[in-house]
Design a binder for this molecule. Structure first.
Ligand SMILES: CC(=O)SCCNC(=O)CCNC(=O)[C@H](O)C(C)(C)COP(=O)(O)OP(=O)(O)OC[C@H]1O[C@@H](n2cnc3c(N)ncnc32)[C@H](O)[C@@H]1OP(=O)(O)O
Ligand SMILES: O=C([O-])CC(=O)C(=O)O
Length: 472
């Protein structure tokens, strides 16, 4: 097998560029590796890369830490290793170097697997995030089948979800159910059994895949219990993709537009480098060797904050409030006035601003592009209002003068499409985000264990200690 790879590589090196690409694609499309095999190939390369980099550059400085950074939420400090994606303030997110439009071109989508729809599959994004490579459609199909086979919930988790009061926020229910799955954690069991540190990544990967497979059923059961919608039993069709099954479970199986939207939404919300609250939380909690269920449960609780993932529910409530006040055909003046009333009341405009980005979020643009290509969304008054607002709000926020980034972030767009397709229960919207964030946060947890990263423990300072320090 190894010599075959070397021979292919040597043969390719002698070919012209176009032929090289064709040959690599032929190999790619012939490949039917399992995800675990693909990760097993990547792990030793990453371990070697880290070892070499550390020994050659371990003493290099990545910048000063200013008092302002300590007080200001550590903005901009380079203090985390994160493999899946990198966020640039002026160009946006790239996943292993690929922008969202790149991913839309190369990642296998619904149509490639013979499913209805065109959008890229979250399974493809998961593969890319875990391995750094674009999977073949056969590999994605194999992964979809694996996820479908592992998707059913154990009955004790069903009972836990059924015991939650309907009035408990769906995100609290989500985090509770995810945490409870640690009952069957392979990592926790392996640690108890004393497996070697070099082996930790393997049960971490097993747990991560198991959890990603079960998130749709947890989310769908919560939806059914709280809002009475969906199939009620979380039936899984082994021939469907992860989101095809999820859409069916929440009652949208016949709605091709909604199912495809959910695929796009869940693929592009997956990863946003490591410093955002949910991803960082998963990494931090995981650094104590808490298993993937516990780590991701904690991440979901961070995602449930209104300045982070909950902003998508906030946006919808805010936009509907505006629609009620100014009517369905709001003018730019009406929207401006409503924006100012929000700002003057001391509240933030949900869906605008970002801790890193200094441009319109490319995820917002991808979701807007989806709206533009779907006839059923073109005449939607709520979609139109959200799009009109995205043109007016930057000027108002600039004039207001506080927000460093006056442009829309992903949360500005995500909810109005769900609403238009009939999923009107906005307190549920962040749960959908929560299905997605796992495909970015959990691959990093696998990498954390593969690279043997230590427990995270930054130094904190009291104000008195800081004052004494700067006086020295
Ligand atoms: C998936 C995601 O998590 S994307 C983000 C989702 N969150 C939202 O959309 C909520 C609205 N936006 C915000 O609250 C912020 O822009 C955040 C939380 C996203 C980023 O926060 P920061 O990095 O602190 O932003 P920034 O440095 O621009 O903040 C400076 C000031 O502008 C204010 N500001 C920032 N965004 C907004 C906004 N959308 N509306 C009004 N004021 C804002 C901040 O509250 C802050 O005010 P302060 O000095 O009185 O504390
Ligand atoms: O990057 C951030 O801080 C917030 C965000 O957009 C995300 O987590 O998707």
């Amino acid at each position: 097998m190894i010599s075959l790879t070397i021979n292919r590589a040597a043969m390719r090196a002698a070919m012209p560029a176009r032929q090289q690409l064709a040959a690599s694609q032929a190999v790619r499309y012939a490949s039917t590796k399992s995800l675990k095999d693909a990760v097993a190939e990547v792990v030793p390369q990453k371990q070697e890369q880290l070892k070499k980099f550390r020994s050659e550059h371990g003493d290099k400085s990545l910048g000063d830490i200013k008092v302002e950074n300590l007080i200001g939420g550590m903005r901009g400090l380079k203090v985390m290793l994160w493999e899946g994606s990198v966020l640039d303030a002026n160009t946006g997110i790239t996943f292993h170097g690929k922008s969202i439009p790149d991913c839309e071109k190369v990642l296998p989508g619904a149509g490639d697997l013979g499913l209805q729809g065109k959008e890229m599959l979250p399974e493809s994004m998961l593969w890319l995030l875990l391995t750094g490579n674009v999977p073949s459609k056969e590999e994605v199909k194999g992964l979809s089948e694996e996820l479908a086979a592992k998707g059913k919930l154990p009955s004790y988790v069903e009972k836990i979800i059924d015991s939650f009061p309907k009035t408990l926020h769906p995100m609290t229910q989500f985090a509770g159910a995810v945490g409870a799955l640690n009952h069957d954690s392979k990592f926790a069991q392996g640690y108890k059994d004393g497996i070697k540190k070099t082996e930790y990544w393997k049960p971490t990967l097993d747990d991560s895949i198991d959890l990603i497979a079960k998130l749709p059923a947890i989310a769908a059961r919560i939806y059914y219990n709280v809002f009475g919608r969906g199939d009620g039993v979380q039936k899984i069709d082994p021939k469907k993709d992860l989101i095809g099954n999820y859409s069916e479970m929440i009652g949208y199986g016949d709605n091709e537009g909604m199912t495809d939207y959910l695929r796009l939404y869940i693929a592009i919300h997956g990863d946003h480098e490591g410093g955002n609250v949910s991803a960082h939380t998963a990494h931090l909690v995981g650094s104590a060797l808490s298993d993937p269920y516990l780590s991701y449960s904690a991440a979901l609780l961070g995602l449930a904050g209104p300045l982070h993932g909950l902003a998508n529910q906030e946006v919808l409530g805010w936009a509907l409030g505006m629609q009620e006040k100014v009517g369905k055909n709001a003018s730019e003046e009406d929207i401006k006035e409503f924006l100012w009333s929000t700002l003057k009341s001391g509240r933030v405009v949900p869906g605008y601003g970002h801790a890193v980005l200094r441009m319109p979020d490319p995820r917002f643009s991808a979701l807007s592009r989806f709206c533009d290509t779907r006839p059923e969304l073109k005449n939607s008054s709520i979609v139109q209002l959200v799009q009109k607002t995205s043109k007016v709000a930057p000027e108002v926020l600039k004039e207001h003068g506080k927000t460093k980034n006056p442009y829309p972030n992903v949360d500005a767009a995500s909810g109005c499409v769900l609403y238009e397709y009939g999923l009107k229960e906005w307190s549920y919207y962040t749960v959908i985000f929560g299905i997605s964030r796992a495909i970015g946060a959990l691959p990093q947890l696998v990498m954390d264990r593969a690279l043997g990263l230590p427990i995270e423990r930054p130094k904190s300072m009291s104000l008195d200690a800081l004052e004494a320090f700067v006086k020295k």
